[in-house]
Design a protein around this ligand. Structure first.
Ligand SMILES: Nc1ncnc2c1ncn2[C@@H]1O[C@H](COP(=O)(O)OP(=O)(O)OP(=O)(O)O)[C@@H](O)[C@H]1O
Ligand SMILES: [Mg+2]
Length: 463
């Protein structure tokens, strides 16, 4: 009897599964993202069993449950990637036998980042296998020439068939494997096209099994796609150990590597890089980078300090408030939450008495950075008031604090880290929440600390 072929419709954006086609995905509300994919029942059954992983990384497949105390951990279970920013985002180095997904927009620099990582790991006598499904060996060589010299521990392989790839990995036994990209990989057990949800998921499951059984650290590249025909990295997030997104403004040269999920470390950390001719360069002091070109003595501009993970970043917030020509004033937020800006403007109207309803307001985080942190509230309010009154805020002043609906300024985490970053870069005055004032005054002698408990007190300083 012929095997009955079953078809399923998958949303290519979020992986939502449905028996029939739908115009709008109930999962992610995207339109026209459903694509029909064929599934042979026997094959799916077999492969889902195959994807079960052994309990011990790099160990034999497990046959019986084990006590926690029976499991031994190896000493050196993390590799140093020799890229400080990448180590930080990974939670202190690359974990042996882990599967890491690196997502990002096309052309943002994913291949460059991983090729550089491969180069440094190979230079450290680690066996690296870089598998590309989208570029020829010559193309990779071109990129490699830009980056630098490579050691012989780095091997390249151009292939898209996962069966062949698995064979090569087993024969070659590398310590680190890079798959560029998961959307080009093809598993013959799945009949749908490469890049479809079932192909991408099935291929990731195979790579997960290889990673856990052989103790190989695997990086997979996933393109973030806008159109519905190629499955994006979001459909894989739950399967892998670590999800990193590489983001940045196409027009700016810096790139941010952000951990969205990490089974081995914090997800708050970010890594900052600059894209240059010779590849990605680490930016150890992003504050200096972000404040480059800040206008002096301009109204509507203020510096604030945001903390990403454990790392403070000074950033300039700009506001432009101008008389509106329409019935509805325009509000725009670049790099921060639009709704938060609206909320803060309502607070300013109600608590400070500013007539903002006949003014357009534009907020911009200079440098194209994207930050959503309540600690930016106070500085956003001050920038708006500064632009509204056309009064500049002193250039050596920073402000941070959360603003509540009654206009109160609330405490934020790590105020000391923020002030010390400001002091390091030569700022002289810090406006902070009142609750943190006493502690900060004791700790910092050469920077003036002003505690405020309401937004009215803070904006009274702009005159
Ligand atoms: N000679 C160069 N000088 C400076 N930057 C360059 C140069 N060549 C390439 N780049 C940068 O590298 C980027 C491409 O990097 P890369 O190929 O690693 O990106 P990717 O995310 O892997 O792209 P894809 O989606 O095509 O796989 C370009 O967008 C450009 O910013
Ligand atoms: Mg690439």
């Amino acid at each position: 009897m012929a095997t009955k072929i079953k078809t399923v419709f998958y949303c290519q954006n979020c992986g939502y599964e449905s028996a029939k086609w739908m115009g709008q995905c109930p999962g992610c509300r995207e339109w026209n993202t459903f694509v029909e994919e064929t599934i042979k029942p026997s094959v799916t059954g077999k492969s889902s069993k195959k994807s079960s992983i052994s309990g011990v990384v790099g160990g034999e497949p497990q046959t019986k449950p084990m006590k926690l105390s029976e499991i031994t951990l190896n000493e050196e279970d993390r590799y140093d990637t020799h890229i400080g920013e990448l180590n930080r985002v990974l939670g202190g180095g690359l974990v042996k036998g882990s599967l890491t997904l690196v997502g990002g927009d096309p052309g943002i620099g994913k291949s460059t980042l991983l090729l550089q990582t491969a180069r440094l790991l190979a230079a450290d006598k680690k066996k690296v296998l870089y598998i590309s499904g989208e570029e020829s060996l010559q193309q990779i060589k071109l990129r490699a020439n830009r980056i630098g010299d490579f050691s012989d521990d780095m091997n390249l392989f151009c292939e898209t068939d996962l069966g062949t790839i698995e064979e090569v990995i087993r024969r070659h036994s590398p310590e680190i494997v890079i798959i560029d990209s998961i959307q080009t990989m093809f598993n013959e057990n799945v009949s749908s096209a490469p890049g479809s949800v079932s192909q991408v998921r099935e291929s990731t499951a195979v790579l997960m099994r290889i990673a856990k059984q052989l103790g190989i650290s695997v990086f997979i590249v996933g393109h973030v796609t806008k159109e519905g025909t190629v499955a994006g990295p979001r459909v894989l997030e739950h399967m892998v150990d670590t999800v990193l997104y590489f983001e940045g403004d196409r027009h700016a040269s810096y790139r941010i590597l952000r951990a969205v999920k990490n089974r081995f470390g914090s997800t708050n950390e970010i890594g900052v890089f600059e894209m240059r001719q010779e590849g990605l360069i680490e930016v150890e002091n992003p504050s200096e980078f972000m404040l480059e070109g800040k206008p002096e003595n301009a109204s509507g501009s203020i510096v604030t300090c945001s903390v990403e993970g454990t790392r403070p970043i000074l950033i300039e917030i700009q506001a432009l408030v101008s008389h509106t020509n329409f019935n509805f004033p325009r509000r725009q937020a670049n790099g921060t939450d639009y709704n938060r800006v609206n909320l803060l403007m309502a607070v300013l109207e109600k608590r400070v008495g500013l007539e903002l309803s006949s003014y357009d307001c534009y907020i911009n985080l200079a440098g194209g950075m994207k930050l959503i942190e309540p600690a930016l509230d106070l500085s956003m309010c001050m920038a708006i008031v500064s632009s509204f009154r056309n009064r500049p805020i002193p250039d050596d002043l920073i402000a941070f604090g959360e603003v509540g609906l009654s206009g109160e300024v609330r405490s934020v985490n790590m105020p000391d880290v923020r002030v010390s970053e400001a002091a390091r870069l030569g700022f002289k005055t810090c406006i902070v929440p009142k609750s943190a004032e006493a502690k900060l005054k004791g700790a910092f002698k050469d920077i003036k600390i002003i505690g405020v408990s309401t937004i009215q007190e803070a904006v009274a300083m702009i005159r």
